[in-house]
Design a protein around this ligand. Structure first.
Ligand code: NI
Length: 184
C-alpha cells in the first residue's frame, strides 16, 4: 500500500465530473483498481480523514471511501465501518436540513458551517461490484453528501449559505471550538 498525495483546492480535477468505474475491473483482487482502493484507504488513515474521494488523490473516477472510529478528537459521533462505494449516487435527500462544521483534506486549514440534509439514500456498488442500498442519517449522511459532492466537482464551501462562517482552523479553535466538526 502507498499513501497518495492529496489534491488541494485549485487542482482542476477537484472541479470535474468524475467518470464511472467499469464494474468488470473489480473482479480481479489483484487489479490496478483494487490496489488503488487500498492506497486510498492507506491515504485516508495517514491523513486522518473520515472520508476520501478519488478526485482528492487526482483520479477522476467515482470511488468514495469512509471510515470513522470514535476518538477523543471528535467524541460522540457514531462509528462508521470501512465502506468502499463505487459509482455512488444520492437518490434521495431529506427536506429537513441541519448545519454542521465541516473540513476537508483538500481545503486543509479551513472549516465552514454547512447545511446538509439530515437523511439521504445512496445507491452504489461495493468493491466486489455488488449492489449497495444505503439509508443514512446524521453524521453518516453528512459524510456521504460531502464525499459524493467531490465526485461531482463540488467542495463544501459551495454548499455554504453564510460565508461569514468560513474560518481558518486557528481562528475556529479560538472562536468556534465548542461546536462539533465533521472532518471529511
Ligand atoms: Ni472533502
Amino acid at each position: 500500500m502507498a499513501s497518495l498525495e492529496i489534491a488541494r483546492l485549485g487542482n482542476p480535477l477537484l472541479r470535474q465530473l468524475s467518470e464511472p468505474v467499469d464494474l468488470n475491473c473489480l473482479a480481479d483482487p489483484n487489479s490496478e483498481i483494487q490496489t488503488f482502493i487500498e492506497d486510498m484507504v492507506e491515504t485516508m488513515k495517514v491523513e486522518g480523514g473520515v472520508g476520501l474521494a478519488a478526485p482528492q488523490v487526482s483520479r477522476s473516477i467515482q470511488i468514495v471511501i469512509l471510515e470513522y472510529e470514535d476518538n477523543e478528537r471528535y467524541p460522540g459521533h457514531p462509528e462508521i465501518p470501512l465502506t468502499v462505494l463505487i459509482n455512488p449516487v444520492i437518490t434521495h435527500y431529506s427536506e429537513e436540513t441541519a448545519e454542521g462544521w465541516e473540513s476537508c483534506l483538500s481545503l486543509i486549514d479551513f472549516r465552514g458551517l454547512v447545511p446538509r440534509s439530515t437523511k439521504v439514500v445512496v445507491e452504489a456498488y461495493d468493491r466486489q461490484g455488488d449492489q449497495l442500498h444505503i439509508e443514512a442519517e446524521g453524521f453518516m449522511a453528512v459524510v456521504l453528501q460531502h464525499e459524493i459532492d467531490h465526485l461531482n466537482g463540488k467542495v463544501f464551501i459551495d454548499r455554504m449559505t453564510d460565508m461569514t462562517k468560513l474560518s481558518y482552523l486557528k481562528e475556529f479553535d479560538k472562536y468556534w471550538a465548542e461546536e462539533k466538526v465533521v472532518d471529511v
